[in-house]
Design a protein around this ligand. Structure first.
Ligand code: DP6
Length: 345
């Protein structure tokens, strides 16, 4: 009889971006980063893992389609979880003899949002995989270092609320871990809106290869990692702790802009923002100028969709402004369709 566990993990959206690795295999970043993990009920991955004596091999299905289990990042996660399980048994917990950590697993994972549309699906996906495997094999402890080896940004989805990924210094990556800065209850008025600019399933340049080219060619990226991000991390943590929306919003927008500037500084250049993304940027700045205060912030990952941070009290008015400037018929009726408002609380 198979032993089965199902878990969900939400997406996280970085406000200080991770871009660039110092070690490709272990997934060690060139700078620390900070993100907000969204609420569990939208933009999440649901993963079921079954183990059974009768399974012949490890297998995985993503959104109903069987995928290649030999993918190196999947193998890293499976290997690390099994290593922890074996260690626990060897440390002499006899109850674990029946755990069957050597049994093969069948993994089934489903996203409730478009994969590879730049909405951090790999983050929720690997966080969920690692957490679900840990439940199946009954291992505990610091799991963000394992999720990191699936996809860098995944380590931040192992915690709720406001989470930093500390880059670490060690060559073996043992100190490159996620840490909660503040829990999800800390800033209940904060809201996240996703403006779906494009439903395209695949981005032109994936983040893994994009950041590789950036590390090789962009001096701006090196400057950013060494001289800009460390100071921004300190300021961002302070802004979160003080619930200072203006400081939070301005740092978020500047960091998104600098990330996209490093993409342009990459050779050949990488373009993630579309003309509609640029219009959203202009709209946000005009909106803030109109009210004489910073009420809304945008951030963009490796794709054209805008993620908007704002306080709850301003959501209806901003949504109205978006609908005014981007009437549904202007973009095949798709622009504001399915606009999810996620609670961070
Ligand atoms: C722009 O975590 O997807 O979303 O580590 O190669 O899997 P890999 O990259 P990934 O990169 C995310 C980049 C980003 C910024 C961020 O989430 O911090």
């Amino acid at each position: 009889k198979p032993n089965t566990v199902t878990c969900t993990a939400p997406v996280n959206i970085a406000v200080i971006k991770y871009w660039g690795k110092r070690n490709e295999e272990l997934i060690l970043p060139i700078n620390s980063s900070l993100s907000v993990t969204l609420h569990q009920d939208q933009l999440k991955t649901t993963t079921t893992v079954a183990t059974s004596r009768s399974f012949q091999e490890d297998r995985i299905w993503l959104n109903g389609k069987e995928e290649d289990i030999t993918h190196p990042r999947l193998q890293s996660c499976l290997r690390e979880i099994r290593r922890l399980a074996r260690k626990r048994r060897n440390d002499g917990d006899p109850a674990l003899d029946s755990m069957g950590f050597s049994h093969k697993v069948h993994i089934c994972s489903i996203n409730d949002f478009p994969t590879a549309a730049g909405l951090a699906s790999s983050a929720a996906g690997f966080a969920c995989l690692v957490y679900t495997l840990s439940r199946v094999f009954d291992v505990e402890g610091e799991l963000s270092g394992i999720a990191r080896q699936g996809s860098g940004s995944a380590c931040r989805s192992m915690y709720g609320g406001f989470v930093q990924w500390i880059m670490g210094q060690k060559d073996d990556g043992k100190d490159s871990l996620a840490q909660q800065v503040a829990p999800e209850t800390h800033w209940p008025e904060l809201r996240v809106l996703v403006l779906v600019v494009s439903f395209a399933e695949r981005k032109p340049v994936g983040s893994t290869s994009g950041m590789q080219t950036s590390v090789q060619t962009s001096r701006l990226l090196k400057h950013r990692a060494e001289s800009v991000v460390p100071g921004r991390m300190v300021k961002m943590i302070e802004a979160v702790q003080r619930k200072d929306f203006t400081a939070f919003a301005e740092l978020t927008m500047k960091d998104s802009n600098q990330f996209h500037a490093t993409c342009l500084d990459t050779y050949p250049p990488i373009f993630y923002l579309s003309s509609v993304s640029q219009q959203v940027i202009n709209l946000v700045h005009r909106y803030n100028r109109h009210y004489g205060e910073t009420r809304v912030a945008y951030t963009f990952d490796a794709g054209p969709n805008a993620v908007i941070y704002m306080l709850q009290q301003h959501v209806p008015e901003f949504v109205q402004a978006v609908q005014h400037f981007f009437p549904p018929e202007s973009n095949g009726g798709q622009f504001v369709k399915g606009l999810p408002v996620n609670h961070v609380a």
